[in-house]
Design a protein around this ligand. Structure first.
Ligand code: MG
Length: 247
């Protein structure tokens, strides 16, 4: 058990939300299966996925991340593929698909609640999530785990400058900060570049926009699932008390 009287190893532990605390990517994959039935196209699901990905890549710069942006990309794709034969009813079906995604039940990943419960007394926990403010706030509220976090931040992009600004705002030194997430690109690399600590917990699927193209040359922590986190932190704290310079 972690000793609550000792000084904790980190002043702030932040969690990514989508595909770290709850399932998200699978919602987008399910939407594709519906979309292919709505859009009049001879494409396979894989081909449609690739086409939509190109649209999203352009549109993320205009609309940002999230389901609203994705819905606009689905409509744009339908118009381009369907041409003048596309009917208002088909656009309506896509809008309903997007609204369904926005209202979908939040499915926490295994061990999330028990882990947050175990850590909340000792650590200052926070959510740092990328996306649209209203959408991410609503998901956090519906998740049932909002109460374990002392604060949350919704940002449009997670890069080194974003983390620098956030840590300054919260008065936390990078060396005293641990970020946990499923994306090497957004949750791990920028935090390491800043001099912080980062723990990668991979999800079963990585969204194409979050893939890292170059081989990684930096060392980072990795666990199989979030349920291993309390034990891992305990081990780190024990190492630290034996040798204060190892972390
Ligand atoms: Mg994520």
């Amino acid at each position: 058990m972690l000793n609550k009287n000792d000084h904790p190893l980190f002043d702030l532990i932040a969690f990514d939300a989508d595909d770290t605390l709850w399932h998200t990517e699978r919602l987008y994959l399910e939407a594709l299966d519906t979309l292919i039935k709505v859009i009049p196209t001879p494409m396979t699901v894989k081909e449609l996925e690739r086409y939509l990905y190109q649209k999203e890549t352009i549109n993320i710069n205009l609309y940002g991340y999230g389901i609203k942006s994705y819905t606009l990309s689905m409509i744009e794709t339908a118009i381009e593929l369907g041409g003048d034969s596309l009917k208002a009813g088909q656009i309506r079906q896509i809008l309903e698909l997007g609204k369904g995604m926005l209202g979908a039940q939040i499915q926490l990943l295994p061990h999330v609640e028990e882990t947050l419960q175990a850590l909340q007394m000792r650590y200052n926990l926070m959510v740092i999530t990328k996306g649209e403010l209203l959408e991410q706030e609503a998901k956090l509220k519906r998740s049932g785990v909002a109460g374990y976090f002392r604060s949350y931040e919704v940002v449009s992009v997670k890069n080194q400058a974003t983390y620098h600004t956030l840590l300054q705002r919260h008065g936390v030194e990078p060396q005293r900060f641990l970020m946990i997430g499923n994306s090497l690109k957004s949750d791990i690399l920028p935090v390491l570049e800043l001099g912080g600590h980062a723990l990668h917990i991979p999800y079963e699927i990585t969204w194409a926009h979050e893939l890292v193209n170059e081989p990684l040359t930096v060392a980072y922590y990795e666990l199989e699932h979030i349920g291993q986190l309390p034990g891992w932190l305990e081990m780190l704290e024990q190492n630290e008390s034996n040798n204060p310079k190892t972390v």
